[in-house]
Design a protein around this ligand. Structure first.
Ligand code: ATP
Ligand code: MG
Length: 332
């Protein structure tokens, strides 16, 4: 590995989709993102802002229209890069829908033994059985004998997601892209699944790109990590999670944080006043001119309707806002 390089780097990524009606939609606008070995990075934003597109490009399943994606310093779309073999082992995925991501006609043993045998991590089925027993035990799928020969439909959503997480870690990847891994899981299993992934990061040093629309889980998942806040395909604020969440600078991040229910039960009863001019997200096919957030922003001025703000350093993070100096501090 090139010591100078990040594990994964997305540089000046633009992604355009051609729609059936002839419209063009830009799902990523000059997105830059870097993940170092062992790092926890969270991508947040509302539905349709381009989170999964970033995840798919990081996994190498979607080729950006322009820009560079590199893994260990090597451009993954450059001729000669050994992919998908390298990407397949080094970057793994955990999807939101564990049901469709696990093969319904294979038992848990069959699903998990296949990569072990294919990549010669075990010599035979007997060794695979021992290994899978250990793995199921490590994620609390016990008694192991009860789970190992079950089919996905015989498990709960949370249990299936644990199997998906084992499958993602089995080849000892360097990075796991987890796209909304807990949003389809019942609330009682959510924290334990996030804890499981946190434990994997700590124990094996595997980096995570956690994609979510839920800021509360972002903070829980990676209190020491970095956050990338997206709005209509653009990064509007990025920095250390603890800085951005305790003192959000961009009006959009401030609005998202206001929408999180208060942990103090007394304050939680008070009506929430979200600082937005409108709740409607503009159409991605016809984004507003200037700053794409301007029609919903309480602080928008003339320049915001005309010029796209650059992502610039500001108070220890980066933010894309013309009026950053004039945005009042965040109060909840
Ligand atoms: N293959 C595709 N063809 C056309 N448009 C697409 C395609 N994939 C994504 N899009 C569009 O690109 C935009 C970003 O989609 P993306 O799935 O990345 O959003 P997201 O932030 O993951 O949303 P969600 O939270 O709902 O999962 C959306 O407007 C979406 O409709
Ligand atoms: Mg998505």
């Amino acid at each position: 590995m090139n010591k100078q390089s990040s594990l994964l780097k997305l540089e000046n990524i633009n992604m355009y989709f051609k729609l059936k009606n002839g419209d063009e939609l830009q799902a990523s606008h000059n997105v830059n993102l870097k993940i170092d070995n062992g790092e926890m990075v969270v991508v947040v934003g509302e539905s349709g802002c381009g989170k999964s597109t970033v995840g798919k490009m990081s996994l190498g399943v979607l080729k950006p229209s322009c820009g560079t994606i590199s893994l260990d310093g090597q451009d993954i779309w450059q001729k000669g890069f050994k992919w998908p073999a390298k990407l397949r082992t080094e970057v793994q995925v955990v999807h939101q829908d564990s049901f469709s991501s696990l093969n319904p006609v294979k038992t848990i043993f069959q699903t998990l033994s296949a990569p072990l045998l294919r990549h010669k991590l075990v010599k035979n089925k007997k060794e695979a059985l021992v290994k899978i027993n250990e793995l199921l035990y490590s994620v609390d799928l016990t008694p192991v004998e009860y789970f190992i020969h079950k089919y996905p439909f015989q498990l709960s959503g949370g249990q299936r997601q644990r199997v998906s997480i084992i499958r993602a870690t089995i080849l000892k990847p360097k990075l796991i892209v987890a796209d909304e891994p807990v949003s389809a899981v019942d609330a009682s299993s959510r924290l334990s699944i996030l804890d499981l992934m946190k434990g994997i990061n700590k124990k094996h040093g595997i980096a995570f790109l956690y994609i979510t629309h839920d800021l509360a889980t972002a903070r829980y998942f990676a209190p020491e990590g970095r956050i990338v806040v997206m709005y209509l395909g653009r990064v509007v604020e990025t920095g250390k999670i603890k800085d951005c969440i305790s003192g959000p600078a961009h009006p959009y991040l401030q609005a998202l944080l206001t929408a999180i229910p208060h942990s103090d039960p007394q304050k939680a009863k008070e009506p929430i006043k979200i600082p937005l001019k409108s709740f409607d997200m503009p159409k991605a096919t016809h984004p507003p001119s200037g700053c794409v957030f301007n029609p919903r922003c309480l602080y928008a001025t003339d320049i915001c309707t005309k010029e796209v703000p650059l992502l610039e350093k500001y108070r220890g993070r980066q933010i894309a806002c013309h009026n950053k100096e004039d945005i009042p501090g965040f109060k909840k």
